[in-house]
Design a protein around this ligand. Structure first.
Ligand code: DCT
Ligand code: MG
Length: 498
């Protein structure tokens, strides 16, 4: 046997971590996500154990995040380990199992996660309660796109309060609290039952001290003093009134408020204010468009739009999006996507639809925005409030007789029609699935972007999905394709009411 000459070792070199096949593995235990602590274990053993667990259907996270349910360590002094864990900024740490390698090896032997016993637990020295937590009532992801949120909201009493507090923060340009209240609203809407006491919330993410304090007060007294204060706040009430007008955003509302105006009459009486075209229409049709649109009215509007579109382009696709696609019974407007299978043909479609609405004397207001979509400018790294597709914001006349089930009018109201806000968006066919996902909306979609970025290193918006690791765009014909690219279970539109 030949021996290679022994070379003098000048420097102890770090052995490269052994690699194991990284192919896709079937996940069999979705409620368990293991994180293996590398310290003491070493990177090659960690890599080996990760591979072993994955082949047995376990999920193993590379990074320690709130997604992790089981932290597994080998030979780590408990005190050091817990100090390290506490410094990771995890909100789910109280519900995580912190376990010795024995739990892991037993689970591998059994081919399934064995139940956690006290002997498996690495106890925190200063921990008052044992590491076996009282089983959390609900295990909920911090991302709305991993939760199913239907229209049934068991926690309206809290979410109504948070929505007011979020809106108040937004009008005061306090982004942090606004986001916190919105995230709290979103997570509470996904819970399968009403929260009866604060301990129900163990294991529920996105709820900080402020939000919990509001909930505690509501649980005790039925209302929140913070919310009462906001509702009685003159500035909040006025800004809400002004921004309820189509075309009036927070900036304009603030300007009018600072001029001392508190009512529409005062705004109208001020000769120095120049209302733009959109605001003029907003006031003209205020009574109608500030009233909710019913599903039956949205469907009637859908038939009008569809008939017109198909008379122009028989193969065009017309899709109802927005809140109505999520199963809402009422909305503030009706949103439609239009596209054609032939790329580029959609460009002229919108103008023709607008012309036809005009011809049929149904168009009360139209703000048409040309496309600013430029494939070469993708992917967009900054969050943009508005996408670049060609679109129009309309006010359309809807005749009562077109609404299935009829329209109930007050005695003395002899009008036979109402004005309705309609948005039409015309993405190219190649971007249709992304536009549909974006325009179906709710908080859900915002969280999907956040998830893509933080968990998958991908950029998602209404136009496209870009994989930053592979530096490629991932194409999608359907929403299902997008979820698959992101490695997420498909969430139906009516489960996206986050
Ligand atoms: N949207 C978007 N980009 C925009 C505007 C909206 O991606 N520039 C998405 C987010 C929600 C969806 O389109 C529809 O918007 P809205 O009509 O404002 O919301 P909605 O959920 O349909 O609510 P409502 O029932 O009040 O109309
Ligand atoms: Mg809408």
């Amino acid at each position: 046997m030949l021996h290679a000459p022994v070379l003098p070792i000048v420097k102890k070199r770090r052995r490269p971590a052994e690699t194991h096949p990284q192919g896709p593995h079937e996940v069999r235990y979705r409620d368990v996500t293991i994180y293996l602590v590398e310290k003491k274990m070493g990177s090659s053993r960690r890599s080996f154990l990760t591979h072993l667990a994955k082949t047995k259907g376990f999920q193993v996270a590379d990074n320690l995040s709130d997604e992790v349910t089981h932290v597994v360590a080998e030979d780590n002094p408990a005190g050091e380990l817990w100090e390290w864990l506490r410094g990771r900024g995890l909100s789910n740490l109280p519900t995580m199992r912190v376990l010795d390698i024995t739990w892991f090896t037993e689970s591998m032997g059994a081919g399934r996660p064995v139940s956690v016993e006290t002997r498996h637990c690495i106890q925190s020295c200063s921990l008052v309660k044992p590491c076996l937590p009282t089983a959390p009532k609900w295990i909920v992801s911090q991302y709305a796109c991993q939760r199913r949120t239907t229209m049934t909201n068991h926690n309206k009493i809290f979410t109504d309060a948070f929505e007011i507090l979020a809106e108040h923060s937004e009008l005061n340009e306090n982004e942090g609290p606004c986001l916190a209240f919105m995230r709290a609203t979103s997570v509470l809407k996904s819970l399968p039952a009403a929260v009866r006491c604060l301990s129900d919330l163990e294991g529920v993410p996105c709820l900080g001290d402020q939000t919990r304090a509001v909930m505690e007060e509501i649980l005790e007294s039925g209302s929140s003093s913070k919310v009462e204060t906001v509702l009685n706040d003159d500035r909040y009430r006025t800004l809400k009134l002004f921004t309820s007008v189509f075309g009036v955003g927070p900036k304009t509302a603030e300007r009018w408020y600072r001029k001392g105006h508190r009512t529409f009459e005062e705004v109208h009486a001020d000769q120095s204010l120049n209302l733009n075209k959109m605001q003029t229409a907003g006031f003209l049709y205020y009574e109608d468009i500030s009233r909710a649109v019913s599903k039956a009215e949205a469907d009637a509007m859908g038939r009008i739009v569809e008939d017109i579109v198909h008379s122009i382009a028989p193969d065009a696709i017309v899709a109802l999006t927005g809140g109505f696609r999520r199963g809402k019974e009422f909305g503030h407007d009706v949103d439609f996507l239009l596209t054609t299978p032939e790329n580029g043909k959609e460009a002229g479609l919108l103008i023709q639809v607008i012309d036809e609405l005009k011809y049929q004397e149904l168009l009360l207001y139209c703000d048409h925005q040309e496309s600013t979509f430029d494939v070469s400018k993708l992917p967009s790294r900054k969050f943009e409030a508005m996408d670049h597709f060609q679109k129009c914001f309309l006010i359309v006349r809807l005749q009562d007789e077109l609404v299935e089930g009829g329209v109930r009018r007050e005695a003395g109201d002899h009008r036979r029609w109402r004005a309705i806000r309609v948005d039409l968006v015309a993405p190219p066919f190649a971007n249709y699935a992304f536009a549909l996902l974006g325009w179906t909306g709710s908080r859900f979609e915002r969280d999907l972007r956040r998830f893509s970025h933080h968990e998958r290193n991908m950029l998602l918006d209404n136009h496209a999905l870009f994989d930053k690791t592979k530096k490629t765009f991932l194409t999608a014909k359907t929403e299902e394709d997008i979820f698959a690219h992101l490695g997420l279970e498909f969430i139906e539109p009516w489960e996206r009411n986050a």
